[in-house]
Design a protein around this ligand. Structure first.
Ligand code: ADP
Ligand code: MG
Length: 342
């Protein structure tokens, strides 16, 4: 299929397409106010893939929800910072306006496609729907578009399968259908929140390849959220590692893979199975992520950190470039030099 890029003044300036600056998100709960994100900053440019990585509960999905104005209301809210897209701060816009913009320009796919597909409609109808509603196409034209998309995302026998219902597809095929729906209106940014977590390893790799191919065709920016550095390392150029609502390390993913500068990143890498560790025991990071209601003082990773000193308990370490390392490698650790030397 051809993906023509309409002229969009606001986003064609060559700078970052989406820039998240010092973002804070809070939830009010019966136990108190939870600060789920604290000072999160990153940006992504056209045609670029950024991975957001971290254990469960680190704030990855909340980041996506904040961008898309999908934070659960009224408990969740943006407590500070900016989400700049095409020169506009989405964090300062009414929710309705952001959702409207996201419907065509910033798309998202989730871990569980079944929750996003309607069980009672044929998938062709569901894929065609945005073309009818947002592009004013007639039934026949929209159906043809849906068929084209189904073929593009690699559903075999698309002419027949387009009449099937969601439950008639495998998990991997359903995720392909979700991708078809997400890219239908040619978004400039696609956020994929653990899109392959429920799938087996072979299908995971196929979906990652599909996303990378689509990105190369369309020039969209891709934000890949995962708890598994191994799954995204081949697809993403840069990564941001999250821990307890903060970014603790960011840089080129290859460099971080070879030389993690934060002990948490090092721990994440040690816990990934790889060809060289087959037969060896994997080393999970000891301990559990902290309760956001009672974060440890200073660096919130210090209770689990093999490098921690008294100084680590005193102050939250800012992101900084470790001595002798080239940008854009930043780590929020006062002991990065020791971590890198290990
Ligand atoms: P993950 O990195 O696994 O995607 P999330 O972004 O979903 O983690 O959640 C990060 C943290 O934000 C959770 O550990 C929780 O403390 C808090 N949180 C998320 N959603 C809610 C909610 N609806 N109500 C209260 N707290 C929430
Ligand atoms: Mg999540």
């Amino acid at each position: 299929m051809t993906m023509t890029q309409p002229e969009r003044d606001a986003t064609s300036s060559g700078g970052p397409l989406l820039s998240v600056q010092d973002l804070a998100v809070e939830f009010s709960t019966s136990a108190g106010v939870v600060r789920a994100l604290d000072g999160v900053s990153f940006e992504v440019s056209e045609g670029e893939t950024l991975a957001i990585l971290g254990e469960s509960g680190s704030g990855k999905s909340v980041t996506a929800q904040a961008i898309m104005a999908l934070l659960p209301r009224p408990a969740g809210s943006i407590a500070g910072g900016r989400i700049v897209y095409g020169g506009t701060d989405l964090a300062a816009q009414p929710i309705k306006k952001v959702r409207e913009l996201c419907a065509t320009e910033i798309a998202m796919i989730f871990q569980d496609p079944l929750s996003s597909l309607n069980p009672v409609f044929r998938i062709g109808y569901q894929i065609a729907e945005p073309f009818r509603r947002r592009r004013g196409m007639g039934k026949r034209e929209a159906w043809a578009k849906a068929l084209e998309l189904l073929k593009r995302v690699g559903i075999p026998d698309a002419e027949t399968r387009i009449r099937d219902y969601p439950h008639q597809f495998s998990g991997g095929q359903r995720q392909r259908i979700m991708i078809a729906m997400a890219i239908a209106l040619e978004p400039r940014v696609l956020i994929a929140d653990e899109p392959t977590t429920a799938l087996d390893v072979t299908v995971q790799a196929q979906i990652m390849t599909l996303l990378a191919d689509l990105q190369a065709e369309t020039g969209m920016a891709l934000i890949l959220i995962s708890h598994d550095l191994g799954v995204v390392a081949d697809v993403a150029e840069r990564a941001a590692i999250m821990y307890a609502g903060r970014i603790v390390e960011t840089g080129r993913i290859r460099e971080m893979y070879d030389h993690p500068a934060h002990p948490y990143t090092q721990g994440l890498l040690d816990s990934i199975p790889s060809a060289s560790t087959i037969g060896e025991r994997l080393k999970p990071i000891v301990g559990a992520p902290p309760n956001l209601l009672s974060l440890p003082t200073g660096c919130s990773f210090h209770p689990r950190c093999p490098f921690a000193t008294e100084a680590c308990k005193a102050a939250v370490p800012p992101l900084r470039q470790p001595d002798g390392w080239l940008p854009p490698h930043l780590a929020a650790c006062i002991r990065s030099e020791e971590v890198l030397a290990k």
